[in-house]
Write a protein that binds this ligand. Structure first.
Ligand SMILES: [Zn+2]
Length: 109
């Protein structure tokens, strides 16, 4: 069976007012060794596969140096606010595919 080719049409996608970004907040805090260890242990305990789901590479992952925050979007009012949701971000060393894991449950917060 022939795999379908990826096809994208680049376009401007507006989800929020641009004036609401970036949110005002303090500088990022680097992930501590303790947090890194807790994350690695979690990955092992939950049998998270280390092969990249996008390219199948086993060449490993780069970890973003801080917990990634997001924006909670209020689409109706076109506003964005800093979100309390935070993630660990892993980026495939081969294809740059990115996996996100919710940080709070992993850190027991
Ligand atoms: Zn990959």
């Amino acid at each position: 069976m022939k795999e379908a080719a990826w096809s994208f049409v680049p376009r401007r996608i507006e989800a929020a007012s641009s004036s609401a970004y970036p949110p005002k907040r303090g500088g990022p805090m680097s992930i501590t060794n303790k947090q890194k260890k807790a994350f690695a242990r979690w990955m092992q305990e939950h049998n998270v596969r280390s092969a990249c789901p996008a390219c199948g590479s086993e060449s490993g992952w780069n970890m973003h140096e801080s917990i990634l925050g997001g924006l909670d979007l209020d689409l109706k009012n076109k506003q964005a606010k800093p979100s309390s949701f935070g993630c660990f971000g892993l980026v495939c060393k081969e294809c740059q595919y990115t996996m996100l894991f919710a940080a709070a449950p992993i850190l027991g917060k």
